[in-house]
Design a protein around this ligand. Sequence first.
Ligand SMILES: NC(=O)C1=CN([C@@H]2O[C@H](COP(=O)(O)OP(=O)(O)OC[C@H]3O[C@@H](n4cnc5c(N)ncnc54)[C@H](O)[C@@H]3O)[C@@H](O)[C@H]2O)C=CC1
Ligand SMILES: O=C(O)CCC(=O)C(=O)O
Length: 419
Amino acid sequence: MSIYTGPVFEMAREQFNVVSDYIGIPVEDRDRLLLPKRAVAVAIPVHMDNGRECVFEGFRVQHHLTLGPTKGGTRFSPTLDVGEVAALAVWMSWKCALCGLPYGGAKGGVTCDPYKLSRRELEAVSRRYMQEMIPFVGPHTDVMAPDMGTNEQVMAWFMDTYSMYQGKTVTEIVTGKPVSAGGTEGRREATGRGVAHLVGRAMERLQMNPGGATAIVQGFGNVGSVTALALAERGVKILGVSDHTAAYYDRNGLDLASLQRHVGEHGVLAGWSTEALFDPGELLVQPCDVLVPAAVEQVITGENAGRLRCRILAEGANGPTTPQADRVLAGRRDEIFVIPDILCNAGGVVVSYFEWVQDLQQFFWDEQEVLSRLAKVLDRAFTRVMARVDSDHVPHRDAALAIGVQKVRDAKKIRGLFP
Ligand SMILES: NC(=O)C1=CN([C@@H]2O[C@H](COP(=O)(O)OP(=O)(O)OC[C@H]3O[C@@H](n4cnc5c(N)ncnc54)[C@H](O)[C@@H]3O)[C@@H](O)[C@H]2O)C=CC1
Ligand SMILES: O=C(O)CCC(=O)C(=O)O
């Protein structure tokens, strides 16, 4: 029996099969493309502040090494399992290939609740996780980055731990580090800014004006908060936001600066206001021009997809939309413009690629250079996806996935990995 089980991996498999049918990949070639090259599971013993020892489970899944090292984030979440990590690694592969990055996909993480760990405990978990992973990662093997539940500080601890074991500083072992520790300008904001940039491209195509448009954002961490701010900078009014502790809605628009101050002080949205409190489940189906799921998987489902009242669905999160929802949305193609996750949130890994390149060269760019290169890569990917949608009349997700999957398949074929 496969170790890759669970609803999130099944979702990645179903999407892959839909696209394989579309581009004609024989059934017997599919496992070679879908099943990860390697999966590592480690135990992470940590002395907790209460004096007890707690052993956390950690994972790293490297999907394929055909185009270069593997690349992808690290997730700290209480429900994480190897099936979810593998799905996220598979999606990283298609994303990197779609954007023309010289990487395979990877993902990793620890089954823990970062909101319940003290700073000392978080540092201990982070350092021990990297220490256990040292034999399996490297600047030309597998390069980690942040994902849900981790941040620049965790990346700095990863880099420091790896470097201590090498006896020298190896900044290129992880991306998403603070600028002061060898990171690049623009990485922290890259995913959210990329989402807003692509919303802008979608609006151009739909002949919509961002000034006066409205948005709702689920998730108010790195991706959600930066997306909300970047959309607001373009003139979009933010009507609703949520995180795992609270949801707020105001049809006149929310005060983003105040929300950000609150999260900066308290770490979560809860406690910001009593008047604007809203039912989190209902937030996604409120009328708006742009809906941005920027938190967990599988929030747009077969049940609520028919009730969405947005014009653009911009998938900041990985895997927010189930295949059942995709079937509903396919029937609503003229009403809802989907920017699929592997395109929509690619800004993060694109700037991670720039960070890796800069670290390898020890030659650093200014923020303007990072941003203009980011826009170029995202524009190219957007144009390619839209060209495929126009020529083949397929849903946007299928077009994006087809480009990514085909690129990996071609590389494997030319290297002789298929009979
Ligand atoms: N950080 C990055 O550069 C990238 C992140 N992503 C994806 O974006 C999503 C968010 O990641 P980050 O912002 O980095 O994580 P984060 O840890 O900074 O923030 C996650 C946010 O989601 C909220 N959240 C968690 N469960 C929720 C729920 N059930 N309902 C509503 N909100 C919930 C949290 O409270 C928090 O506000 C994930 O799907 C991640 O894989 C994708 C590409 C790059
Ligand atoms: O920046 C990276 O390398 C990966 C970011 C990530 O985890 C993602 O795009 O889902």
